[in-house]
Design a binder for this molecule. Sequence first.
Ligand SMILES: NC(=O)C1=CN([C@@H]2O[C@H](COP(=O)(O)OP(=O)(O)OC[C@H]3O[C@@H](n4cnc5c(N)ncnc54)[C@H](O)[C@@H]3O)[C@@H](O)[C@H]2O)C=CC1
Ligand SMILES: O=C(O)CCC(=O)C(=O)O
Length: 470
Amino acid sequence: MASPQQINNLQNSFQSAVNLGGSPGIVSTSPTQSFMSSVPRRVSASRQTKALKPFSTGDIKILLLENVNQTAVEIFNGQGYQVEFHKSSLSEDELIEKIRDVHAVGIRSKTRLTEKVLKHAKNLVVVGCFCIGTNQVDLDYAAKIGVAVFNSPFSNSRSVAELIMAEVISLARQLGDRSIEMHTGTWNKVASKCWEVRGKTLGIIGYGHIGSQLSVLAEAFGMQVLYYDIVTIMALGTAKQVSTLDKLLSESDFVTCHVPATEDTKNLLSAPQFAAMKDGSYVLNASRGTVIDIPSLIQAIKAGKIAGTALDVYPHEPAKNGAGAFNDELNSWISELVSLPNVILTPHIGGSTEEAQSAIGIEVAANLSKYINEGASVGSVNFPEVSLRGLDLDQENVVRVLYIHHNVPGVLKTVNNILSNHNIEKQFSDSSGDIAYLMADISSVNQSDIKDIYDQLNATEYKISIRLLY
Ligand SMILES: NC(=O)C1=CN([C@@H]2O[C@H](COP(=O)(O)OP(=O)(O)OC[C@H]3O[C@@H](n4cnc5c(N)ncnc54)[C@H](O)[C@@H]3O)[C@@H](O)[C@H]2O)C=CC1
Ligand SMILES: O=C(O)CCC(=O)C(=O)O
């Protein structure tokens, strides 16, 4: 368990990462709507920087769903943002209602931020996925409307790898069944079809952050590791990359999936793949529920081809915890699956450890705060990555322009023409597909110029969204 001291240390590193608490690096956020209404100047009492903004960070509203870790809540509260926290995900209708006027949304793997939902978000600037997977968000549409999306690319990788390692051994020893039997008073001391994992072959599909961590753990247990990936990746230890999925399937005793949910990974393992596996082998999945065709897996277990399975993810998962939530209404085959021997089922807890969740909370909250406060999009999964060094405390009359626009010719000429009456201190621009992001710090800007700059930028044909920080 992470001690309060460890959490403190992590928070301290977060503080220095984003320069909170009045350091010279801070620029203030001015949401467009607030800026456009002539709100009288409000200055946060805790800030030591010269606060030129006409309103406080208290204008920023953040919706946090799915029990996002308290480390994130503390960071956002520390920023003075308004935080609305929910333990579970919301229904689509509730989400549409809640998302209307917030500037940021924090979710985990269950909340679906579809085009339909995002269309109702009028002030949304940024989305934080407090997890690795981002398949639950329509990333292209988010970028199209100028909403940056961040995740935590590896804070829970180790937790998933450790769970899988535990399950490899549990399947080999039929631990799940023995435990259930003991809970119901049955003493069943058997060795038949129970194995050591030493000397067996683990086949890893997807050798990324999780797959490669698992590779190291498995070798420490004396297993041979094969992996299949669509890109060539350096092997750790004595693991071997194989060139085809079929080769991995035919040579492995355990096959585990660690790929993202994409069109290509949908039903990556289905009836033909189970048929290609060794008799009596095992299947594990802690990636996404779409990756394995579970009805076919059930048939392969029933036929004795597959000796057991450990599943952490499902095509449909309950929105919240509770008795009776995992039933045939959710996925029609559930009662059939739970009746089979040597089936270990977990409720999407691969990344659910104290260490992972607190680290994710800090990492994603830091990225969101930096994006809201400074416009830095480094680490975003759907946006060009742009950042500028902070403004000095003694810099006066400086405005940071954040201009998200369509990636077409002529933009820089137009924008720089608008900014040309001021000194462009520094500027950075990058594009990703159809979206481009320009960040510029301009000086010699009077308060009275700001509205004019905003109006001119707003009138450009390329604009997707604009924020001015000052
Ligand atoms: N159960 C849980 O709680 C958790 C589940 N996950 C899931 O695990 C997935 C993998 O996580 P990471 O290892 O961090 O991702 P990663 O992005 O580091 O690695 C994924 C690997 O899969 C490979 N890949 C992609 N398509 C493939 C295909 N068709 N065939 C073979 N390889 C393919 C990629 O080249 C990459 O090397 C995530 O996308 C997420 O959906 C992640 C964390 C927790
Ligand atoms: O912890 C969660 O809610 C989701 C974990 C996960 O699946 C991920 O990180 O992609």
